[in-house]
Design a protein around this ligand. Structure first.
Ligand code: 5RP
Length: 219
């Protein structure tokens, strides 16, 4: 089974959590499969709140109504992918550059169902470079601060986020205390959001594997 087929399996299994109303929708190739499945039951839901322009475009093209988060209250469900998850369902996200809006929609949702292929589950996060969204004028300053934390920041050149900012991908971290690191990095002036989702991690992780969709809850 290919990695993409595993992503599709996880995305399909997340439909079990859709109970109508408004669904928070993340970003990425796994979520794209979820959007395609969601379109098939679009008459059962009121619509979606999106975490990126890319997901908005895909949903609108498939006839799913997309609402601004400011127009709606808290959401019952958020479905999104991840770049890495540990067994506590603390995550690294932002490989697609949508981390800030993803973190906002996750925070506004009662339940966060994370969907991924089996390769995303790790013992210690950090092999995947940790994305940090940064105000453009602060890029070099924030990079120097990230070096002090033991990482090697690499500017994701050519990428401007939906919020008009830049991304630094921090290599070389072994993240043993994700909550502490999330707070530390978020407190650097110029940082908009770090792609660590530990203070608000996932409630359920659905992994697509060759043996089927596997559901995990935080240990
Ligand atoms: C985007 C994300 C994605 O959820 C993450 O990069 C996983 O992507 P994919 O489903 O394509 O593997 O955080 O900002």
């Amino acid at each position: 089974m290919t990695q993409d087929e595993m992503k599709r399996l996880a995305a399909e299994a997340a439909l079990d959590y859709v109970e109508g109303g408004l669904v928070g929708v993340g970003t990425g190739s796994t979520v794209n499969h979820f959007i395609d499945f969601l379109a098939k039951i679009k008459n059962k839901i009121e619509g979606a709140v999106s975490s990126s322009e890319a997901s908005t475009q895909r949903m609108e093209a498939l006839g799913i109504r997309v609402f601004d988060l400011n127009e709606v209250g808290d959401l019952s469900l958020y479905v999104d992918g991840a770049d890495e998850s540990n067994h506590h369902l603390e995550l690294i996200k932002g490989g697609g550059g949508a981390l800030t809006r993803e973190k906002i929609v996750a925070a506004a949702s009662d339940k966060f169902v994370c969907i991924a292929d089996g390769s995303k589950l790790v013992e210690v996060m950090g092999r995947f470079p940790l994305p940090v969204e940064v105000i453009p004028m602060a890029r070099s300053y924030v990079a120097r601060e990230l070096v002090k934390l033991g990482g090697t920041p690499v500017w994701r050149q050519g990428l401007v986020t939906d919020n008009g900012n830049v991304i630094l991908d921090v290599e070389g971290l072994a993240i043993h205390q994700p909550r502490e690191l999330e707070q530390l990095i978020n407190n650097i002036p110029g940082v908009v959001t770090v792609g660590l989702f530990a203070l608000r991690g996932a409630d359920v992780l659905i992994l697509g594997t060759a043996a089927g969709a596997r559901r995990l809850e935080p240990v």
